[in-house]
Design a protein around this ligand. Structure first.
Ligand SMILES: *Cc1c(COP(=O)(O)O)cnc(C)c1O
Length: 388
């Protein structure tokens, strides 16, 4: 039996429609878009142009504002280091949040080693940034605020429009890591005041190794310092021959997400709610980590079970592919920095499971997950009666 996959925050399969769009660009349409003198190059350039428009449309940008990269890790590095290096004269202070992805946290660590001042905001018990704290943290020397759109563990969606209003008012750039949010919840960079946005194909049914950074067109031009030098591709922002099949897939996947979001988000939200109800029905003391449904990704559920050890849980889940994390600081697994930030870690924290539902998830998968998790949690608890 193939395992049931409920780990869509880690990665997603390439949609067959996306693969179909990509395939010709490996073989008969193999041209280099930088070849300006023949049809092979022109064909590749046309495909890249089309994808640029598709990605832009997903987030309310224009095609000229999209820079293709290898994924969200690279986009985050380019946005954060590129802005700070470019604006060094204007300021040396940047603001981010403790629950960010490692590619953001570590980019800021490097900048800090190079002499930048970094403010790392905490979050409330649901994982949401406190807007008053953000407002108070901005100084005359602040050049960039980087706050993720949606968290990869607990699925909390940040108040992007409110953050954008604050940064705009203070004349500070706003970058958001939208790797988990793009294609899942509506994003409008103009309405939300977002200046830079990272996204990646493999989190929304596109290929791995293809992503993009949106960079707002503004006057005077936002001149990011590029992190990969070379032939000056992507308007000098990111050198290297374009990954044409990957970019075609990134674009096609964006278009499908945009078209299907109005039906897919409620479908997944209803299945997620049924999963939680089923777990609560069969297991005592199920704690949800993160916010209510309205403020979280529709396909995300993150729960903790007291009196259960992470390792034992992981071993026993067998052919249910989910991500488990320890919510217990005394456990053998290191506690997640996100759970720690929302105060969900303690000696009695127990084990936690992150469920990520997706396009191929069925009702039968949900039934299987409820059955498997409840059996495992209840039997682990029964074998350690004193700790529960
Ligand atoms: C997956 C992920 C990334 C990294 O994206 P890659 O394309 O794999 O480099 C960055 N940020 C968040 C929030 C993610 O979920």
């Amino acid at each position: 039996m193939t395992p049931v996959y409920l780990d869509y925050h880690a990665t997603t399969p390439v949609d067959p429609r996306v693969l179909e769009a990509m395939l010709p660009y490996f073989t008969e349409r193999f041209g280099n878009p930088a070849s300006k003198q023949h049809k092979f190059g022109w064909d590749a350039q046309a495909a890249v142009d089309r994808a640029r428009g598709q990605v832009a449309a997903l987030i309310g940008a224009s095609a000229g504002e999209i820079c293709f990269t290898s994924g969200a890790t690279e986009s985050n590095n380019l946005a954060i280091k590129g802005v700070v290096q470019a604006l060094r004269e204007r300021g040396d202070h940047v603001i981010t949040v403790v629950t960010e992805h490692k590619s953001v946290l570590d980019s800021f660590k490097r900048l800090e080693r190079e002499g930048c001042r970094v403010t790392r905001l905490g979050v409330d018990g649901q994982g949401v940034v406190r807007l008053e704290e953000l407002r108070a943290a901005i100084t005359d020397r602040t050049v960039l605020v980087s706050i993720m759109a949606a968290n990869n563990e607990i699925g909390v969606v940040q108040p992007l429009a409110e953050i954008g209003a604050i940064t705009r008012e203070r004349g500070v750039l706003f970058h958001t890591d939208a790797a988990q949010a793009a294609g899942k919840v509506p994003i409008d960079v103009a309405a939300m005041g977002i200046d830079l946005l990272s996204l990646t194909g493999h989190k929304y049914y596109g290929p791995k190794g293809a992503g993009a950074l949106y960079v707002r067109k503004q006057k005077p031009k936002l001149a990011l310092v590029c992190q990969i030098d070379g032939g000056g591709h992507e308007n000098g922002l990111r050198s290297g021959t374009l990954n044409v099949p990957g970019i075609v897939g990134l674009g096609q996947a964006a278009q499908i997400c945009r078209e299907e979001m109005p039906t897919e988000a409620p479908r997944l939200g209803a299945m997620r709610d049924r999963l939680l109800a089923g777990l609560r029905n069969r297991i005592d003391d199920v704690r949800v980590n993160g916010p209510e449904a309205a403020q979280r990704l529709p396909h995300n559920l993150h729960v903790s079970f007291s009196g259960v050890e992470g390792e034992g849980l992981l071993m026993a889940l067998g052919d249910l592919a989910v991500s488990t994390g320890s919510a217990c600081s005394s456990g053998s697994q290191a506690p997640s920095h996100v759970l720690e930030a929302i105060g969900a870690v303690g000696v009695h924290g127990g084990a936690s499971i992150r469920f990520g539902l997706g396009r191929t998830t069925t009702g039968a998968d949900i039934d299987f997950a409820i059955e498997r998790v409840s059996t495992v949690v209840n039997s682990l608890r029964a074998s350690r009666p004193l700790t529960h």
